[in-house]
Write a protein that binds this ligand. Structure first.
Ligand code: ATP
Ligand code: MG
Length: 296
């Protein structure tokens, strides 16, 4: 199998484009597909990153499409490092990363999509959301006190609120897709045991200490509720136009590779082309060449 074929076959088991029958239980966080080891993954990753760089240049030059990549995960699942790798070959001018933390009071005075809408990628660019509007169906669902802070009128907060949010999100993503922003979503699926290992490593290593926050322990205590929220979210929002990738994340090197392969697949689906040169442009270029060559 060629590297290209391998990269393509790598992603299909993890792509969820119809969530109806999705069960998180059947997704193994430790899976590493057909990839033999870390070294094998490294080679493929380097080729993949170079391919993203080529495609991004065309995306930027053509200036017709944009790509939104959404990352969601439990703490220490490797969002930051996956993002770092996807970005590593990219021209920074063509890419924007936004991290969504606890909402500000200005954010809370608006609807739940508002703060993310302001950060959408411009045409020709790749936009990365490190957490996103999906937090509105995850952390806000697990902690009802966050919903209280949103000051919604009681009659707007019925038992259907999560269904309503899923519907709003699907409509939002439909609007984006219809207007040239394609959306790909990644849930980095780390196991509870692997999270424990990574938290301990953060505590042990002074250079990683800053990554650990006591609040992360609080979220870990709600693990099961989070898993239920993630499953429900994927069931309701995995669509053909904006699929979720449920990425096995216990092996970071494998997770990065799946993300890179999915980004390549998304960009290739656009059949990107450099803008064609019109006859008028050719004439101008010829004139410019003559002037430059005549210069002393
Ligand atoms: P990360 O954990 O993503 O690597 P970080 O540790 O730098 O980032 P944190 O201070 O942990 O940043 O901020 C992210 C926190 O903000 C998460 O606990 C997340 O659940 C929370 N958050 C994000 N969006 C919302 C929201 N809409 N409402 C409430 N909390 C949110
Ligand atoms: Mg954190």
């Amino acid at each position: 199998m060629s590297n290209n074929e391998l990269m393509r076959s790598l992603i299909s088991p993890y792509r969820v484009s119809n969530g109806k029958k999705f069960h998180l239980e059947s997704c193994d966080p430790g899976d590493k597909g057909e990839i033999e080891n870390k070294e094998h993954a490294k080679d493929l990753l380097a080729t993949g990153v170079a391919r993203i760089a080529e495609l991004q240049e065309k995306l930027y030059a053509q200036d017709e499409w944009s790509l939104l990549l959404v990352f969601q995960a439990m703490d220490a699942a490797g969002k930051d490092s996956a993002i770092k790798h996807v970005m590593s070959g990219i021209n920074p001018q063509g890419c924007q990363v936004y991290s969504f933390k606890q909402p500000s009071s200005e954010d809370l005075d608006h609807d739940f999509l508002w703060r993310c809408q302001k950060c959408l990628p411009e045409r020709g660019r790749i936009g990365i959301f490190n957490r996103s509007y999906y937090e509105e169906t995850l952390v806000v669902r697990v902690h009802p006190e966050f919903l209280d802070k949103q000051k919604l009128a009681p009659k707007l907060v019925g038992k259907d609120i999560w269904e309503d949010r899923f519907e709003d999100i699907n409509n939002f993503e439909k609007t984006l897709t219809r207007n040239g922003t394609i959306v790909r979503k990644f849930f980095l699926n780390v196991s509870k045991a692997e999270q424990k290992k990574r938290f301990l490593a953060r505590l042990d290593d002074p250079t990683k200490n800053w990554k650990f926050s006591a609040a992360d322990m609080g979220e870990r205590a709600h693990w099961q509720e989070y898993m239920e929220a993630y499953e429900d979210m994927i069931r309701h929002t995995a669509t053909e136009r904006a699929p979720w990738y449920v990425v096995p994340a216990d092996k970071k090197w494998f997770a990065r590779l799946v993300v890179v392969a999915a980004v390549i697949d998304a960009l290739e689906s656009l059949d990107l082309e450099y803008p064609s040169v019109t006859n008028a442009m050719k004439k101008d270029n010829l004139a410019a060449r003559k002037i430059l060559e005549a210069e002393k």
